[in-house]
Design a binder for this molecule. Structure first.
Ligand SMILES: Cc1ncc(C[n+]2csc(CCOP(=O)(O)OP(=O)(O)O)c2C)c(N)n1
Ligand code: SF4
Length: 350
């Protein structure tokens, strides 16, 4: 059953620079459990798209299967959408992106969807540095199928039923950094102040922007012994940096404390102004990013914020040297250049 929102909008609410209201970015009413972290992330995505003034019809929302993957029903009802099979979102995103590079690809997945059945798909999309925003709603369990541990559940973490998790957990941020994602961040569904600017920066980044958002499952994995519960994450998270996202059209008037801030310019000339909690933190250094993640894990802490960024990142189309034009804009002449052109191509293979 689909629950749709009433068309009413508060007359006092302002339109963004593209002329759209917050309402234009909303979707159907959520059917997730009350208090589910995924709903907060969806709210942050809606806010980030509205503030970034991206026309909704320029966005493609994609997902797999799971409570998290139901999210595209709850946001961006005016965007293009594809709800794929379990774990297959990255290949659908790859195909669509190859056909039309002009749209913003927003993939939403769960830790079960990505770290188990979809792991092979995930790592290859990352390795190709596909130009997309990949939001992982990470609750450490399979919410939709009643709370079994997922591969991101920490060893020793205790869910609602059964034994503590016996296996090593997979850290998808480390994998993303290692395999070449140009933008990797971790956040918490309960921290909108951090998550919204992270999403806006991710949308401006060219290449794979992966955000692992810890998102408690209130029904199956919000127990005192779970490392993905609201209580645990609030008590054990540490931000690597706080930052502002500065859109290109805005004048950049950064005030820096010596040695404590860093400006990272993104491909569209927007920028991220980082305020580092520790001035030795170098987010553009891949090895440091990996070490930092491990260091905090050893201390039993969850490191949040922007973990790694490569401002020189080259996305799939740049690597492959493909055409700038979306394939659906090609006419007969481009698609069929004639036998002389074909002969020339064939000549190159002889
Ligand atoms: C091919 C296939 N295998 C298994 C399932 C059963 N299944 C549905 S959702 C899911 C896991 C969902 O976990 P996650 O991606 O973490 O999402 P959550 O529900 O926790 O948000 C599984 C195993 C399925 N739908 N399809
Ligand atoms: S079962 Fe868990 S993940 Fe699914 S909607 Fe409920 S709280 Fe969210």
């Amino acid at each position: 059953m689909t629950f749709s929102r009433p068309g009413f909008r508060h007359p006092g609410l302002a339109a963004n620079e593209a002329g759209f209201y917050l309402k234009d970015y909303e979707g159907g009413i959520s059917t997730l459990c009350a208090g589910c972290g995924h709903d907060s992330i969806n709210g942050a995505i809606i806010q980030a798209c509205y503030e970034s003034a991206i026309p909704p019809h320029r966005i493609v929302k994609l997902s797999g299967i799971g409570c998290s993957s139901k999210s595209p029903a709850y946001l961006l009802s005016r965007a293009h959408g594809f709800n794929s099979v379990h774990g297959r979102m990255p290949s659908i995103a790859t195909g669509a992106n190859m056909a039309n590079r002009d749209l913003l690809y927003l993939g939403i997945s769960g830790d079960g969807d990505t770290a188990s059945i979809g792991m092979g798909q995930f790592i290859h999309a990352v390795r190709r540095n596909l130009n997309m925003v990949y939001v992982l709603m990470n609750n450490g369990c399979y919410g939709l199928t009643k709370g079994q541990y997922s591969a991101t559940a920490d060893k020793g973490s205790v869910g609602k039923k059964g034994e503590p998790s016996q296996l090593e957990s997979i850290d998808l941020c480390e994998i993303a950094i290692q395999l070449g994602a140009g933008f990797v961040a971790r956040s918490f569904s309960g921290d909108k102040r951090q998550l919204v600017p992270l999403l806006k920066a991710a949308m401006s980044h060219s290449g794979m922007a992966f955000i692992d958002v810890i998102s408690p499952c209130v029904t199956f994995n919000n127990t005192p012994g779970s490392t993905k519960s609201y209580h645990w994450v609030r008590e054990h998270s540490e931000a690597t940096n706080t930052f502002d996202y500065v859109p290109f059209r805005q004048e950049i008037t950064a005030e820096y404390d010596d040695g404590a801030s860093q400006l990272v310019v993104l491909h569209d000339n927007s920028s991220i102004r980082l305020h580092k909690t520790d001035s030795s933190v170098q987010v553009t250094d891949r090895r440091q990013a990996m070490n930092r993640l491990e260091e905090y894990k050893e201390k039993g802490l969850i490191l949040t914020g922007l973990l790694y960024i490569d401002p020189e990142s080259r996305e799939t189309h740049e690597i492959l040297g493909t055409t700038r034009e979306p394939l659906n804009t090609f006419g007969k002449d481009e698609l069929c250049p004639g036998s002389a052109a074909l002969e020339k191509i064939n000549e190159g293979f002889r």
